[in-house]
Design a protein around this ligand. Structure first.
Ligand SMILES: *[C@@H]1O[C@H](CO)[C@@H](O)[C@H](O)[C@H]1NC(C)=O
Ligand SMILES: *[C@@H]1O[C@H](CO)[C@@H](O)[C@H](O)[C@H]1NC(C)=O
Ligand SMILES: *[C@@H]1O[C@H](CO)[C@@H](O)[C@H](O)[C@H]1NC(C)=O
Ligand SMILES: *[C@@H]1O[C@H](CO)[C@@H](O)[C@H](O)[C@H]1NC(C)=O
Length: 377
């Protein structure tokens, strides 16, 4: 059962809001949720998009809307099986996005579809990883090379359009912390010399004597020796290991931006206890999921999303609100908590519940407020 929301608008035209909030987009038939035939919802029915004029800019918007990674292809929708049903409509023809839109529905498009069949359904391919919304906007200036993953490896910085390494001289855990932060990875776990010859860099050695306090927003903000001025060798290259970003999802809501928060750890989805949970923590989750601003729900409203089952992974999460993603916040060790699903179920007044969030995509509409939630039963 899904909750029905009574939404009160303070001065925003109702038609606009509902047109927007009721428009949903999904990808069907791909290997993961960030790839497949593009389908949009209209009046509760899922239809397809004609590929007339369909291109990378349009796919970029779909990837953004779904909180996926970078756009990588504009495949034909017929690639994805099963094909669209005969009774599914082609809802949109001739989409023309500028690439900056946050949703497909905002792109210029023709809604009068007159000559498109399902043989021309548009498809989209995006990278699977979660988009850290604030990152793609800043040009990439630091990276970790050699993996595994993008959160471990040799530190490289970009200077004069060329990637180079960082010398170990002066480097410490505070500097590693800044790099992990800048990359939207989890906390720094290890910082070391890349002792293996195979993992050494080859290009210029750009930085040396980097001295970070740990509070800097980026490695480039830390004092260091002049770029390229050092006597280091690649034997002294710096490597860093950060925790991987958390994989988050919201379950039990009727959009991907509402529901009970779950986090993936060791291949298992578990919930997050709400001890100490507040606006700042919520803000970080919304940012990470690309969902706009959040609305804190009452315990009663949260129960509409159903109760969590399985592990309670996180408790006592504390964020400053500036973090790019949840793993950058302080929390107890995985699985250590003083919460209990079952107790939660039994006692109505207990607030120690797996956490739920209601998010509205209202980046531009802060005047919107949900002031009442009415359950459907
Ligand atoms: C798409 O929109 C741009 C301006 O946003 C315009 O220059 C271009 O002609 C349009 N393309 C089509 C096929 O309508
Ligand atoms: C790393 O070095 C900087 C300056 O050299 C210092 O401020 C910071 O406290 C050091 N961090 C650690 C973890 O030792
Ligand atoms: C590099 O080594 C030379 C010779 O030992 C020394 O004169 C020079 O100052 C050093 N340069 C830097 C940037 O440390
Ligand atoms: C949450 O649980 C703890 C201990 O299990 C308890 O002390 C606290 O009062 C509970 N909080 C609420 C809001 O019920």
């Amino acid at each position: 059962l899904y909750p029905v929301f009574s939404v009160f608008l303070l001065s925003w035209p109702i038609s606009h809001f509902f047109a927007e909030s009721s428009s949903r987009t999904r990808l069907v038939g791909g290997h993961h949720r960030c790839e497949g035939r593009v389908e949009v919802e209209r009046n509760g029915q899922w239809g397809t998009v004609c590929d007339d004029g369909w291109g990378m800019k349009d796919v970029e918007v779909v990837c953004r809307e779904l909180g996926c990674g970078a756009a990588t292809g504009t495949p034909s929708g017929t690639l994805y099986k099963p094909l669209a049903e005969k009774d599914q409509k082609v809802l949109i023809q001739a989409v023309n996005c500028s690439g900056m839109e946050s949703k497909l529905i905002h792109c210029e498009q023709e809604e009068d579809v007159f000559d498109c069949s399902h043989n021309e359904d548009a498809g989209a391919m995006c990278e699977k990883q979660m988009l850290h919304l604030s990152f793609p906007i800043v040009p990439e200036t630091v990276r970790l090379v050699g993996g595994p993953g993008r959160c471990k490896g040799r530190v490289e910085v970009k200077h004069q359009e060329q990637w180079g390494t960082v010398c170990k001289a002066g480097w410490n855990l505070s500097a590693a912390k800044v790099v992990c932060w800048q990359l939207g990875c989890g906390r720094a776990t290890l910082t070391q010399r890349c002792c293996n010859k195979d993992t050494q860099g080859q290009g210029p050695i750009w930085l040396s004597k980097v001295s970070c306090s740990g509070q800097e927003e980026s490695l480039q903000d830390c004092p260091s020796a002049l770029w390229g001025k050092n006597n280091c060798t690649h034997d002294e290259d710096t490597c860093v290991e950060c925790e991987d970003p958390f994989d988050l999802r919201l379950v039990g809501g009727d959009t991907r931006c509402s529901g009970r928060l779950e986090v993936l750890h060791k291949g298992e989805w578990g919930s997050v206890c709400d001890d100490g949970w507040g606006e700042k923590e919520e803000k970080v989750v919304c940012k990470q999921l690309g969902c706009g601003e959040s609305i804190l729900l009452s315990a009663k409203a949260r129960r509409n999303f159903g109760l969590g089952a399985g592990r309670i992974w996180l408790d006592d999460v504390h964020c400053s609100g500036k973090e790019q993603s949840l793993e950058q916040c302080r929390h107890r060790f995985w699985g250590h908590h003083n919460c209990n699903h079952k107790e939660d179920v039994a006692t109505d007044k207990n607030n120690n519940k797996s956490h739920t969030i209601q998010l509205l995509n209202m980046r531009t509409k802060s005047i919107l407020k949900i002031i009442e939630l009415t359950p459907l039963y």
